[in-house]
Design a protein around this ligand. Structure first.
Ligand code: AAO
Length: 509
């Protein structure tokens, strides 16, 4: 009896850190601004067969409609109610997506905007995605309902100016957004009701938007009200996976570690650092990546980290991370960064999937950083699929790039294997393996790489999954011969289209 109790306590304690992916899948993808009907299809036709564990979806709840500028992506971070209708689709489409993705073993994680409602300066009316009435002036959100009592005006009646003041960061308004009083049980209950509605539909967890702007104890009080996951797809007693958006680059009052009790946190230092290294800024070298994740860069512990190279904010200059952040616009370096992240054991990984927009830099600032998803008169366009499996209609679909998709598979194949056989040339040529299941080599120097390296892999011929694919026992890319001593000869030109090579147990020919 005591043992049963102990185990269930351990199980309960760990649960919110567990993404509940199926078959040991290790990465999720953020399908930013995708429509639910397209995500449902993508789960079935691509994500399940390629080994993706789940999808972070854009906020599904009713938001304000902004017409100036015209339907920016960021209107979805201004909630009006918890009804499920947005540009991504209606409630039926959302339910159908969750069911179909779960049925093929792909999980759905909802971006939960629960810190605030819309901006205080917006006019009253029904310019909202389900037509619900709201009046920011008197704090009325009739479809929840919230009223003046439910906001933090009595604690702070203004903006956040000083990130060194935790009270201000958590009680004042982030960018003018009306700050909910999450210390009130009524507000906690309304938020938990929304999240429970989604849990009952079958979602596996949540990204908590602006978690840094909420008190950790208030978040906990909401989480304590949440249901277990739907037993149609999850084992009895499963708790929702929680990852909290806490931007902690160091030097501010609020630390990511304050939120560990609630779930994982987004590690923004990771993408900022990796971008700096791959760009070779500040005297950084890939050789220094040997100790990634061991704490020497002050990253949060691996079992508390949600990691990514870029996110929907910092790929367009919002949020934090700065100019070092790599995105699809810098494709060659970006693929190396994502390849490194997916090969390395640190953290639970999220891959970004974006749309193209018309960037227009003025004085170093992209004045088009607001542009919403590809659309016809405001209606989000379908994600079409080209004959070569890439996406059309200006959807970038980084997750479908061969190098990225195959590194997601690599991560699954090496799951649980130790970081091993590190090699570097003291500069930007590095290699490492994962036990005896996988090995990766990078050349980010301005000269060729030629080296015989210990891979840790069994003897045989392997297909490089960066330059090609293993298809019907053949390889469409480079072949790597591993000898009986585990060693293999690697040559990578510094002008190669993708200056890295990756092989793993399932790419053996
Ligand atoms: C829009 C308009 C605003 C208007 C508002 C209300 O743009 O002009 O006032 O509506 O009408 C998104 C957009 C916002 C948009 C909002 C609502 O990004 O532009 O406002 O929707 O439509 C902070 C938060 C973080 C937040 C990030 C953007 O901490 O939570 O700002 N991210 C999430 C979402 C995001 C969303 C919201 C939250 C709101 O992912 O999409 O906003 O729901 C420091 C702090 C960070 C802080 C940044 C930016 O970072 O540490 O916590 O992020 O400042 O304010 C160096 C430092 C780094 C610093 C950074 C920038 O890198 O090391 O620490 O510089 O100064």
């Amino acid at each position: 009896m005591k043992f049963v109790l102990l185990f269930s306590l351990i199980g309960f304690c760990w649960a919110q850190y567990d993404p509940h992916t199926t078959n040991g899948r290790t990465a999720i993808v953020h399908l930013f601004e995708w429509r639910w009907v397209d995500i449902a299809k993508e789960c079935e036709r691509y994500l399940a067969p390629k080994g993706f564990g789940g999808v972070q979806v854009s906020p599904p709840n009713e938001n304000i409609i902004i017409n100036n500028p015209s339907r920016p992506w960021w209107e979805r971070y201004q909630p009006i109610s918890y009804k499920l209708c947005t540009r991504s689709g209606n409630e039926n489409e959302f339910r159908d997506m969750v069911t179909r993705c779960n049925n093929v073993g792909v999980r759905i994680y909802v971006d939960a905007v629960i810190n605030h409602m819309c901006g205080s300066g917006n006019p009253a009316g029904t310019s909202s995605t389900c037509g619900s009435y709201f009046n920011p002036q008197n704090r009325e959100f009739s479809a929840v309902p919230y009223s003046a009592w439910d906001f933090n005006d009595n604690k702070c009646n203004g903006e956040i100016y000083n990130y060194n003041d935790a009270n201000q960061v958590r009680n004042c308004r982030l960018s003018g957004l009306l700050d909910l009083a999450l210390d009130k049980d009524y507000v906690r209950t309304k938020v938990a009701d929304y999240m429970n509605y989604l849990i009952d539909i079958g979602v596996a967890g949540f990204r908590l938007d602006a978690a840094k702007h909420m008190w950790p104890g208030d978040i906990k009080a909401v989480l304590d009200k949440l249901h277990n996951l739907n037993t149609q797809w999850f084992s009895q007693g499963s708790r929702p996976f929680i990852f909290q958006e806490v931007i902690d680059l160091g030097g501010e009052a609020i630390k990511g570690s304050e939120y560990f009790g609630n779930g994982r946190v987004t590690e923004f230092k990771y993408g900022a650092k990796l971008g700096t290294v791959i760009r070779k800024w500040d005297g950084e070298k890939m050789a220094y990546l040997k100790r990634t994740g061991e704490g020497c860069w002050g990253f949060v512990p691996t079992d508390r980290a949600l990691v990514f190279v870029d996110n929907h904010d910092n790929q367009r200059g919002h949020g934090a991370g700065g100019s070092s952040i790599l995105t699809f616009w810098d494709a060659r370096m970006y693929k190396m960064a994502v390849g490194f992240m997916l090969a390395h054991p640190y953290g639970f990984t999220r891959v970004m999937s974006s749309y193209r927009w018309n960037r227009n830099f003025q004085n170093g600032q992209d004045v088009n950083d607001w542009i919403g998803p590809p659309n016809n008169n405001g209606v989000t366009k379908e994600v079409t699929i080209n004959p070569d499996t890439t996406c059309g209609n200006d959807w970038v679909c980084e997750h479908r790039w061969r190098q990225i998709r195959n590194m997601v598979a690599f991560r699954n194949v090496v799951n649980g294997q130790p970081f091993a056989n590190w090699w570097d040339n003291g500069s930007n040529q590095v290699a490492f393996g994962r036990g005896n299941r996988g090995f990766i080599v990078f050349n980010n120097d301005d000269w060729a790489l030629s080296a015989t390296l210990q891979t840790g892999l069994p003897a045989g011929t392997y297909c490089d999954v960066i330059s090609g694919d293993k298809v019907d026992g053949n390889c469409t890319g480079l072949r790597v011969n591993v000898g009986s001593d585990g060693k293999a000869q690697f040559s990578i030109s510094n002008s190669a289209e993708d200056p890295f090579i990756a092989i793993h147990a399932e790419s053996k020919l």
